[in-house]
Design a protein around this ligand. Structure first.
Ligand code: PEP
Ligand code: MG
Length: 562
């Protein structure tokens, strides 16, 4: 039996079955150049590939939203013009022109800091493959050979691949490429199919028809296990199914501990689609609307009107408290339409509130849009990356300026709109008591707080083993912030990933966290845990955890097995 351990789970669950290796026919593409007289023919060839791709995607888009986006991309004039100009001006073959143009697009997406945006490079690769197949006249469905239930092992699975699959036969997915926000991950999560992605070297370790145990929740893959191991996992599988049925039962119930402490359970979202998804669960509101997506998915700084429409729709749709975080851009989170100066230390550089306070007109545009939308729902404003009271006061002063302008223009807004801040820098932890006197709420951003407290870059794979929110300094900082907030009668939430970490939930309840905010798919699990926790016990646990000096000791107190 061979065993593989992976850190990040794409979609939880245990399955046992035969491996099916996905081996796609490699396209034998002849790249190169053409003669002047062949240019019109080559353009026609490309146009006909686009025409066919559009026809295919129009059919697929009817049943799968991902293909709506692909259809838009195939129709995208920049992609089209990029390819045509390379055929016309550089006399490249259609295949070469497509390869080069797609590579430019892929590079832009892959260089983005945001994981979600980085994964969009996969869409371009998928479209490129479809167009290449069209140019080469290749039509192959490698999945036709699947006639029984299998665990798919693939280098990567594009949305087009998954659309060709008969999902009744798919027990689970394991891919070599991709991240937890890739299409295959999102799809697997949506369908409840266990999946692990980014499992390096998996194709070289698994043969056709090998028996596989995939425990995606634990990040474990066992290849050709013995009978005893299979029986053990079959038992675990049964327990999990029972648990899922239990989880589904709590969806319509509030997040309340066994001894009656109410906790607010909210969602983190980036757009309207995310809000719709989150509303499938019984949530208490949106604890983090990452407004930067609105800017990153645009070709220009969104206007006041454009933003107003989105925030208004979001507030109306949400129907409960919607916390909009002002623009958190910069560092290496780029905008395609704005040139950032190169920085040696982008994460310690010009980002978030620092940019907003410098590009004041842009900031005021956003604040006005949020304020106008606040007339249509319950909106809270939250400032990111604050390190000083000056920054907070300047931000609040600009907000007041915007309110005055709107008042003079007789445009309605919520003049008592709640104003909060992210606690994600060590400075904001140390000054938490001072900040708490000047805001209506805190939201702890553990993703950044961990990286800044430990001086460990959150995106650097080389030191990822050092990035750990169970570090006593992080735990004690959370404690400090919650105490400072409560002393000043303000609510303290958390919107970093730590809020949905199974091993942290009880600790955070015990520390007194008022609001947990997380991606929608985590809500049920956390709610279930909260409903099975007693606040009294959790407080004891938290007190002990705060006394610990090492990560290992914290793990022992929390009973974390690592
Ligand atoms: C955080 O830092 O924890 C956070 C929620 O913000 P982001 O992940 O968007 O930086
Ligand atoms: Mg952050």
């Amino acid at each position: 039996m061979k065993a593989i351990k992976v850190e990040k789970t794409a979609s939880r669950g245990i399955v046992i079955g035969k491996a099916f290796r996905v081996e796609k026919p490699s396209l034998k593409i002849n790249f190169g150049t053409i003669e002047e007289q062949d240019i019109p023919k080559e353009i026609k060839r490309y146009e006909s590939a686009v025409f066919n791709a559009e026809a295919e995607l129009e059919v697929l888009a009817k049943t799968n939203k991902i293909f709506e986006a692909h259809l838009e991309m195939v129709k995208d004039i920049t992609l089209y013009e990029g390819v045509i100009s390379k055929i016309q001006e550089e006399k490249q073959k259609a295949e070469s022109a497509l390869e080069a143009t797609a590579a430019e697009f892929i590079q832009i997406f892959e260089n983005m800091d945001d994981e979600y945006m980085r994964e969009r490079a996969a869409d371009i690769k998928d479209i490129k493959y479809r167009l290449m197949c069209g140019l080469q006249g290749v039509k192959d469905n490698v999945f036709e050979d699947i006639t029984e239930k299998v665990i798919l092992i693939a280098e990567d699975l594009t949305p087009s691949d998954t659309a060709c699959l008969n999902l009744n036969y798919i027990l689970g997915f394991i891919t070599q490429e991709g991240g937890v926000t890739s299409h295959v991950s999102i799809m697997a999560k949506g369908l409840g199919i266990p999946a692990l992605v980014g499992v390096q070297g998996i194709l070289s370790k698994v043969d056709k028809d090998d028996t596989i145990i995939l425990d995606a929740g634990e990040g474990t893959i066992l290849i050709n296990p013995d009978e005893d191991t299979i029986s053990k996992y079959q038992e675990l599988q049964k327990e999990q199914l029972k648990k899922q049925a239990e989880l589904a039962k709590v969806n319509h119930l509030p997040a309340i501990t066994k001894d009656g402490k109410n906790i607010s359970l909210c969602a983190n979202v980036g757009n309207i689609k995310d809000i719709k998804k989150a509303l499938e669960y019984r949530i208490d509101g949106v604890g983090l609307f990452r407004s930067e997506f609105l800017y990153m998915e645009n070709t220009h700084f969104p206007t006041e009107e454009e933003q107003f429409e989105v925030y208004k729709e979001a507030a109306q749709l949400c129907g409960k408290e919607l916390t909009i975080r002002t623009l958190d851009i910069g560092g290496d989170k780029a905008l395609s339409y704005y040139e950032f100066e190169k920085e040696d230390n982008p994460f310690l550089g010009w980002r978030a509130i620092r940019i907003s306070l410098e590009l004041k007109d842009m900031f005021k545009t956003q604040l006005r849009a949020i304020l106008r939308a606040s007339a249509f729902g319950i909106i809270r404003i939250m400032f990111p990356m604050i390190i000083s009271l000056e920054e907070l006061r300047r931000s609040k002063a600009l907000l007041e300026e915007c309110k005055d302008e709107l008042r003079k223009q007789m445009i309605s807004c919520d003049h008592n709109i709640e104003v909060g801040m992210m606690i994600e820098t060590p400075a904001s932890v140390i000054l938490a008591e001072d900040f708490a006197q000047e805001v209506d709420f805190f939201s702890i951003g553990t993703n950044d707080l961990t990286q800044y407290l430990l001086a460990v870059d959150r995106g650097n794979k080389k030191i990822s083993n050092m990035y750990n929110s169970f570090h006593p300094s992080v735990i004690r900082s959370i404690h400090t912030v919650i105490m400072a907030g409560h002393k000043n009668n303000i609510k303290v939430g958390m919107c970093g990933e730590f809020a949905s970490d199974e091993n942290a939930v009880k600790l955070l309840v015990g520390l007194g966290l008022d609001e947990f905010s997380m991606s929608a798919s985590e809500v049920l699990n956390v709610k279930y845990m909260i409903r099975n926790t007693s606040f009294d016990d959790a407080q004891d646990l938290a007190a002990r955890a705060c006394d610990m000096q090492t990560i290992q000791e914290v793990y022992e107190v929390l009973n974390v097995k690592k």
